[in-house]
Design a binder for this molecule. Structure first.
Ligand code: SAM
Ligand code: SF4
Length: 467
């Protein structure tokens, strides 16, 4: 496949601008029609999404958010999956203007963790109760290992045990690879391959990426095509909000999703919604060209929830606890917690100077879990789908009609009980046990029987119980 041909066909900028221009402000009746369609859980098309971006009236916005809450509740229920990012290296040969790891930034200490150091970080995360890691790295690998450094790191993560626990799913967020390396990444047993386009707007992309391999828009936007061809059918898309107009960006993202569905029969497994955060020595990060307000951020999550209802939405610790609390219900299904973005950060502690960007939520995992439980969300450490091979198309089939609830709800509760038994503080234990009782009482009898039996097994000492 010729990559420049592909980008010209599947991200059509002029079509996006035309759609946006036609929807200067949609009538309340039209918005309500679109919201009614969203409640059918079949997604929205680009003109419907463009219309929703114009909603500003507080009353209508409340209806819009209520619909997003309905979609989230119908498909994902109250579950929120937790993970921790693991930054293994900040070496990078690119020049992304918004990132502290860019090659020409002399103000940070460069560090690539050794395999022993990676194991040390993993032990700490496992002892906190994490089961999923998102491996993150700059685009340059240390020493003679080259790309093998990443493969070795994945192996180290899976092999590291601590007490009762281990990491059961390693997702990765690394630069786009050639086909042959994607095949090896698949062979290493990764869960999701994530890469963010940052901005779909070509001119902005060129301005933000003046040096290194990342200058090549086509190479990046075709990463999922190569990953899928290599057999990685769980891919995670994303954007860096703040670089360009978010309205344009979400319509372009939907074109990317449609492309994957058309060519491979499966859309992205997740969509991440990072907002630009301050980063050491970065004028762009400290003063975003298109700042996204908190309300617009919530609109973005709500629109994506309605437009691609079966896709997970990831919100990171870039956001503050308050924003996170008020955005979960609109459609978020996965969050990070207790994160560090400086390599070695779990062992050495936060080091803002060497971090990739500043965090908004500094709370430890246990506190985040307690907060979630007190709000009625079920913190989930489930990794069942990936372990049972329910990825890509199989996952989408399960996810689309919302049936996933009958499996995911019991799995979420059993992995949450595992967390409570092995890692929780007394306060989190109390909040968690109360939540579990409430959730069991609200389940259909058949699902409740399954969930109760699984929870009993965990309480009797079995681990990693899932359906
Ligand atoms: N180096 C690889 C790449 O760029 O694709 C993967 C890892 S990179 C460390 C992960 C993501 O961090 C980037 O895709 C970008 O969206 C995000 N990022 C970079 N600088 C940021 C900032 N100042 N605020 C928020 N997110 C940022
Ligand atoms: Fe390097 Fe990724 Fe940062 Fe760009 S965003 S400078 S590629 S680590």
């Amino acid at each position: 496949m010729n990559s420049s041909e592909t980008t010209h066909t599947f991200i059509d900028e002029s079509r996006i601008f035309k759609t946006l221009a036609q929807k200067e402000s949609a009538s309340a009746a039209r918005v309500r029609e679109i919201l009614a369609k969203a409640r059918e859980l079949k997604g929205l098309d680009s003109s419907e999404v463009a219309a929703l971006t114009t909603v500003d009236h507080p009353g209508l916005l409340e209806e819009f958010f209520a619909t997003a809450r309905f979609v989230k509740e119908s498909i994902y229920g109250p579950r929120i999956v937790l993970f921790a990012p693991l930054y293994i290296s900040n070496l990078c040969s690119n020049e992304c203007l918004y990132c502290a790891f860019r090659a020409s930034n002399r103000n940070i200490q460069r560090r690539a963790l050794t395999q022993e150091e990676i194991a040390g970080e993993v032990e700490i995360l496992v002892k906190q109760g994490h089961k999923r890691i998102l491996l993150v790295s700059g685009e340059s690998y240390p020493g003679a290992d080259g790309f093998d450094y990443i493969l070795k790191a994945i192996d180290t993560i899976y092999r590291t045990k601590a007490g009762n626990g281990e990491i059961r799913r390693v997702n990765v967020n690394i630069a786009p690879l050639p086909l042959e390396q994607f095949r090896r990444l698949k062979g290493a047993g990764i869960g999701t391959y994530q890469v963010f386009q940052e901005t779909y707007h070509r001119e902005t992309f060129a301005r933000m990426h003046p040096g290194g391999r990342k200058r090549d828009y086509a190479w990046r936007i075709t990463a999922f095509d190569r990953a899928m061809e290599a057999g990685i059918d769980d891919v995670g898309a994303g954007l860096l909000f703040g670089l360009y107009d978010w309205r344009f960006e979400i319509l372009a993202l939907l074109q990317h999703v449609e492309h994957l569905e058309r060519v491979f029969g499966v859309g992205p497994h997740t969509i991440s919604v990072p907002r630009l955060e301050p980063a050491a020595g970065s004028a762009v990060a400290n003063n975003p060209p298109y700042p996204v307000s908190d309300t617009d951020f919530q609109k973005i999550v709500a629109i994506l929830r309605m437009a691609v209802p079966y896709t997970g939405i990831i919100m990171s610790t870039r956001e503050t606890p308050d924003i996170r609390r008020s955005t979960f219900a609109l459609g978020v299904s996965q969050i990070s917690a207790g994160s560090r973005t400086n390599p070695g950060g779990y062992t050495d502690g936060v080091n803002e100077e060497d971090a990739q960007f500043q965090l908004g939520d500094h709370r430890p995992l246990d506190e985040v879990i307690r907060d979630l439980a007190q709000m009625g969300y079920v913190p989930s450490f489930c990794t069942a789908c990936y372990r049972l091979g329910r990825t890509g198309h199989d996952f989408m089939e399960l996810a689309k009609p919302g049936e996933i609830k009958t499996r995911c709800d019991p799995n979420a509760l059993s992995t949450f009980v595992e967390y409570l038994e092995d890692y929780a503080s007394p306060g989190t234990m109390r909040a968690g046990e109360k939540l579990i009782e409430e959730r069991l009482a609200r389940m259909d009898p058949a699902v409740r029987r399954t969930a109760s039996a699984m929870i009993d097994r965990v309480r009797r000492g079995r681990r990693d119980v899932f359906v």
